[in-house]
Design a binder for this molecule. Structure first.
Ligand SMILES: C[S@@+](CC[C@H](N)C(=O)[O-])C[C@H]1O[C@@H](n2cnc3c(N)ncnc32)[C@H](O)[C@@H]1O
Length: 282
């Protein structure tokens, strides 16, 4: 498929800085490395290299989900792809799954969920702010060309009520996720997964306490995803000097029917020296 007017593309320079644009007959990408007229691209294939007016090489692609997420307009903080990828796997979000999520914010997580559940699944996104929902609709429509039928966005307060039931997964990015622990217990199916993203460890502490004191959850875990990229050039092979030091923590719990709440120390792993040796070898 070759580029035509109206296509959403990403221009990327050799340093992997990227720019999202919709191709227009008279459009122009202007950068400090020179400009590229959109018409030079019409008829070319995704992945083509083009030169700016100053002779610098840029690559032009249809955006991947990561390209789009990192370049889309934002009205809120977003969940970065590294965290969203983990949340998809540990949340067991499969094609056909039913997922409730919120707050919708700029829609970064919504994009990943919508694509992952596919046309046979269902994603319902809640937000307390209509302007956030409107903004997310713009981003979703720009990437997918429309709001896909598997996605419903609605105004609603997740701390008060979740209207859907029998969910495979609930995935949260709200300031006080512990307030969703009770409503989510009614909404998630037995054995389903509760996932929450929190920027601060104080939030994680309160959430974990709430999950462990409920008889409806078990197997509560929190992780932090650190990604370190490497500089690999000739004889200089080392970690890059810069990295994203912090985004957030991901807490995962399973919907379990317990006979009693988890005592605070019960889920804490108590390893003996023998366990540690075995764990290291495995
Ligand atoms: C950080 S943003 C979410 C960003 C989003 N995860 C993304 O990847 O683009 C947090 C959102 O939660 C919404 N919010 C706050 N409290 C809420 C509640 N009780 N129920 C639903 N949404 C809520 C806010 O309006 C805001 O849009």
């Amino acid at each position: 498929m070759s580029f035509k007017e109206g296509d959403l593309v990403v221009f990327q320079d050799h340093r992997e800085r990227s720019y999202r644009k919709v191709l227009k007959e008279n459009g122009r990408l202007q950068t400090h490395m020179g400009f590229i007229d959109h018409r030079e691209l019409l008829g070319k294939e995704s992945g083509s290299a083009v030169l700016t007016s100053k002779g610098k090489e840029f690559y032009v692609f249809y955006p991947t989900l990561v390209d789009y997420t990192m370049n889309m307009p934002r009205m809120s903080g977003i969940i970065y792809p590294k965290d969203a990828a983990y949340m998809m796997m540990w949340g067991d979000v499969y094609p056909g799954a039913t997922v409730v999520t919120g707050g919708v914010g700029s829609g970064a997580l919504i994009l990943a969920l919508t694509r992952q559940v596919g046309p046979t699944g269902r994603v319902v996104g809640y937000d307390v702010r209509q302007d956030m929902l409107d903004h997310a609709v713009q981003n979703v429509s720009e990437l997918f060309g429309e709001v896909p039928p598997q996605l419903t966005l609605k105004i609603g307060d997740l701390y008060r009520e979740i209207e859907e039931h029998g969910l495979d997964t609930i995935m949260l990015d709200v300031p006080e996720p512990w307030k969703v622990v009770r409503p989510a217990a009614e909404a998630i199916k037995p054995g389903g997964v509760f996932v929450a993203y929190n920027p601060t460890i104080r939030q994680v502490e309160i959430l974990t306490q709430e999950l462990r004191s409920s008889t409806a959850y078990g197997l509560v875990e929190t992780v932090e995803i650190l990604v370190r990229s490497w500089h690999v050039r000739d004889r200089s092979v080392r970690p890059n000097h810069r990295m994203i030091g912090h985004t957030g923590f991901v807490t995962v719990a399973r919907r379990i029917s317990r006979t009693r709440p988890t005592p605070q120390d019960q889920e804490t792993e108590r390893l003996t020296p023998e366990d540690i040796v075995t764990a290291d070898i495995e």
